[in-house]
Design a binder for this molecule. Structure first.
Ligand code: DI6
Ligand code: FE
Length: 407
């Protein structure tokens, strides 16, 4: 006997032969918080009523795996609308960063904020994501850039799980920028990050993976390599912000370390694509940042596809380059701006987002044995998810097999 069974609904399992893994007249069952059965209704082993304690007759719509936002900086102090105004007057993102604005202005605001303030503002930004069926979110540090403030950000990220029905996976991004105390001494700062900040954060159980910003305005591949060596000592998986504004070969370098993902990738070259294909590193595309910075160079989607590199998409929710808190809008941007198909966009926020977090064994598709996190949408076909802007067809979010109230 199953705990619950959902019928009279389409299933986009993301696990089938076609891009959506479609089952038109489907049934999905849950036992002890895991998916116990999934298939066509006509193949159910018995009459629905006799199979489960609770049977939900949905009268149409589609169920997909719950969404995963696999790249965010959603915990931070302050906001940067003033910088947005400057960029609209023609000042570039990199110039603002070099003048001490950009990431560093958010560092000042984040250091000044109390833990309660950081928590409250992140809750407000997370709510719209939850309302769109997100049940797992990756959250990075990287606006503290000193021992106390990095730990503070990571504690807040973890604490969000007590405030909202969401699972948080934390990423240590101590190497996001060189803080003012270490100006012109990026190597010294990187030593400090590797020797003191990362070990302390790991010691306190605050780190699930390690990331770095590899860019001319941040850290070189050699410097990031030192951080990845330190991460390896703790057996932590790594990710990288690479090839966002220029091609430094960051994605290829990270692939050598078996990186879970390389993110942004507008300037990714052939070597990087081949290295990622070889290591199974996911390409996480961030169309919100591309859109907000009015970039023109697109990530090499066709060549990533051809090489068989899995593509994920994420909000990159952050106060500078991507003040975005809608994953559905991000799916639309990925289609319109980067040429993904709606099916690729959906895979990008489910199956491939799970892979980008090393969680594919448990999440990202509707398959027996996986965590029963899924969403019922009021839509006629799955492509509708990427089609509209500013309309949320989420009907019910099922988390661990139970319909959730969105706090
Ligand atoms: N790339 C990004 O898009 C974010 N971080 C990064 O390395 C932006 C961070 C910011 O501008 O605050
Ligand atoms: Fe980012």
């Amino acid at each position: 006997m199953w705990d619950s069974l959902w019928v009279d609904v389409g299933l986009a399992t993301l696990a089938g032969p076609d891009p959506y893994g479609r089952i038109e007249d489907g049934a999905i069952a849950v036992k002890d918080g895991r998916i116990a059965w999934v298939g066509a209704r006509e193949d159910l082993p018995g009459p629905a009523d006799s199979m489960a304690a609770i049977v939900h007759e949905l009268e149409g719509g589609w169920i997909t795996p719950a969404l995963i936002d696999c790249h965010t900086h959603i915990v931070h102090g302050g906001q940067r609308a003033g910088e947005f105004e400057k960029r609209l007057m023609g000042v570039s993102y990199a110039d603002i960063a070099r003048a001490g604005g950009g990431i560093l202005s958010t560092v000042t605001a984040t250091r000044a904020a109390t833990e309660a303030q950081l928590l409250d503002s992140a809750v407000r930004r997370l709510r719209p994501l939850l309302a769109e069926g997100v049940t797992v979110v990756e959250i990075k540090s990287g606006y503290g850039l000193d021992l106390d403030a990095e730990l503070k950000m990571l504690r807040v990220a973890r604490a969000l799980q007590e405030r909202l029905p969401i699972e948080v996976t934390t990423t240590f991004l101590g190497a996001h920028a060189v803080p003012p105390e270490w100006a012109r001494n990026a190597d010294g700062y990187m030593d400090f990050v590797c020797d003191e900040v990362l070990p302390a954060a790991v010691e306190q159980g605050l780190v699930d993976q390690v990331d770095a910003f590899c860019e001319t305005i941040a850290f070189s591949p050699a410097q990031v390599g030192r951080l990845f060596d330190a991460a390896a000592l703790f057996q932590l998986p790594v990710k990288i912000h690479a090839e966002q504004l220029s091609d430094l070969g960051g994605a290829a370098m990270a692939s050598e370390f078996g990186a879970l993902s390389a993110d942004h990738l507008e300037y990714l070259g052939t070597d990087g694509i081949e290295a990622m294909a070889e290591s199974g590193t996911v390409a996480v595309l961030l169309p919100g940042a591309f859109y907000m910075l009015h970039e023109t160079r697109k990530p090499p989607v066709a060549r990533l596809r051809q090489a068989g590199v899995p593509i994920a998409i994420a909000t990159d929710s952050n106060p500078g380059s991507s003040p975005v808190t809608s994953l559905l809008t991000t799916m639309n941007m990925a289609c319109v701006l980067f040429g993904l198909t709606p099916a690729e966009a959906l895979a990008g926020v489910t199956r491939n987002a799970a892979k980008a977090l090393g969680r594919l064994a448990d999440r990202g598709t509707l398959e027996v044995g996986k965590v029963a996190d899924f969403v019922h949408w009021s839509i006629d076909e799955p492509a509708e998810l990427a089609y509209r802007i500013g309309f949320n067809p989420c009907q019910t979010v099922i988390r661990n097999g139970v319909p959730t109230l969105l706090g």
